[in-house]
Design a protein around this ligand. Structure first.
Ligand code: ZN
Ligand code: CU
Length: 487
């Protein structure tokens, strides 16, 4: 790698001597890749330098930049625009606003959980999606940003009490906000019926909002009502809304949660497979057996291990196990959970065979679901993509490297309508990652969750070298990706 620091702003690049995995799932091939003015201009053997800045990719894979389809980076892209947790994994685009939780459109000085996952109770300052899009462009984050509109956000914006069913007038206000957001280029609707602020909404309300997303060509992502004993009925609820609204649905972080449901991914995937014959359905998943969200006593069963990721009243308990804390406090785990609130935790609620089965399923995209504001975050925030490449593809052989890359690039770009991204082809945006296929691996662990991954050499966003020689270059070229006008 011999690009100088001054050259990182170059408009003409040649990735030389590497092996291309183009994102389509096709087999790798040896080729140089030329980038001019932000786009891929030429792919072929032994391309001449012709004045380009040379990146030596020998012994390396050149792939499309990874798309993190499931994030909660809404606020992080503004306050920490270097986005090191993602760029160090080779991620070049994040989809924000998942699980019904988005920063916009909402102005509120004291939001209830789970909206607090976006960095605090006072972060919601954007009355419209247009205002948020402008803030993203002004912050110039290192990664591109596509934004979903969160259903909880809409309910908190329009209802004094979001824990009950909405009136017609309130639903009309939600529809207005949703329409503005889609006109401003939002990517679609997200729901999180699992959460209190969203749970009182019925399928008709979801369908009404999803229709507005559908009219603008958007997608619908669903953190379903129940991922445990009622997982099948909850999947069906999401399918029904998407079918009636006539748009694709993505089942978020698909899992079978809790010991009583371990092994049921055989059943849920068969169910999803059958439904896919009648409507477009995708999934996203992260490669870990623990989930992570706010502290919720109903998730404390006394069986699974739970690790505190943040606690407002007891910040010093971050990184400790709930069982230990309960023992120290001489109380039950549920009681300890109550006392630690507001806060978050990682819940070891899945089984490895289910995780593998879901990852392996052909419609599954990779999404980290990382929580960037947690004091002691789940390691998925820093490790998801290299872990799929290094652990699940290379070490375990769950799928080929080509297939692993497809699930983080073209499959995702297609499902979320990210035009001209997710593939190495002439004319596409030059979002690229160079990595070492024999060495790439996650280094973030539950104990040391913010350790950067190994084996990611260079990351380019829209033709700008953003990460090089295992470190950020200081150049940031991300934009707000408006649906429909993204080329
Ligand atoms: Zn979720
Ligand atoms: Cu999420």
């Amino acid at each position: 790698m011999n690009a100088t620091r001054e050259a990182h702003g170059s408009a003409h690049w040649l990735f030389q001597g590497g092996v291309v995995i183009d994102g389509s799932g096709a087999s790798r091939f040896r080729a140089d890749v030329r980038v001019e003015n932000g786009r891929i201009s030429e792919i072929g053997a032994d391309l001449g330098l012709r004045g380009a800045t040379r990146i030596d990719a020998s012994g390396r894979v050149v792939a499309p930049g990874f798309i993190d389809v499931h994030t909660h980076d809404d606020e992080c892209v503004l306050s920490a625009p270097q986005m090191l947790s993602k760029i160090s994994q080779g991620v070049t685009t994040v989809v924000v606003g998942n699980c019904g939780i988005s920063l916009a459109p909402l102005v509120h000085s004291n939001v209830p959980p789970p909206l607090t996952l976006l960095g605090g109770s006072d972060k919601h300052v954007f009355p419209t999606m247009q205002a948020y899009a402008q803030a993203v462009d002004a912050a110039r984050p290192a990664v591109n940003v596509a934004a979903l509109v969160g259903h909880s956000t809409l309910r908190v914006a329009t209802m004094a009490d979001p824990y009950r069913a909405a009136t017609r007038a309130e639903q009309a206000k939600m529809a207005d906000l949703m329409r503005e957001a889609m006109a401003a280029g939002a990517t679609g609707l997200s729901t999180g019926l699992f959460y209190d602020t969203n749970a009182a909404a019925d399928v008709a309300e979801v369908t009404m909002l999803a229709r507005i997303a559908a009219e603008a060509g958007g997608v619908y992502t669903a953190h379903i009502r129940n991922e445990a004993e009622d997982v099948i009925a909850s999947l069906d609820e999401a399918f029904t809304a998407a079918r009636d609204a006539a748009l694709p649905v993505v089942i978020s972080h698909h899992k079978c949660a809790g010991p009583a449901n371990w092994g049921r991914s055989v059943e849920t995937l068969a169910h999803i497979d059958a439904a896919r014959r009648a409507q477009p359905i995708g999934l996203d998943a992260y490669p870990y057996v623990a989930g992570s969200t706010i502290l919720r006593p109903d998730l404390v069963d006394g069986i699974i291990e739970i690790m505190v990721t943040w606690s407002e009243p007891y910040p010093e308990m971050s990184g400790r196990s709930l069982a230990d804390i309960a023992q120290e406090w001489q109380c039950s785990q549920r009681e300890a959970c109550e006392r630690l609130q507001p806060g978050g935790a990682s819940y070891f609620q899945m089984r490895e065979d289910d995780v593998r089965r879901v990852l392996q399923y052909e419609a599954t995209m990779i999404g980290s679901d990382g929580l960037p504001h947690d004091r002691h975050p789940h390691p998925r925030l820093w490790g998801t993509f290299p872990r799929v490449l290094g652990h699940y593809a290379r070490e375990l052989g769950l799928f080929t490297l080509e297939e692993a890359v497809r699930r983080m690039t073209s499959l995702s770009a297609h499902r979320f309508n990210l035009l001209d991204r997710g593939e190495i082809a002439v004319g596409k945006h030059a979002d690229l990652v160079v990595f070492d296929p024999d060495f790439v691996i996650d280094r973030a662990t539950y104990a040391q969750p913010t350790t950067p991954a190994a084996g990611i050499d260079s990351v380019m966003v829209s033709g700008s070298m953003t990460y090089h020689a295992q470190g950020p270059t200081g150049i940031r070229a991300g934009r707000f990706l408006r649906l429909g006008t993204r080329s």
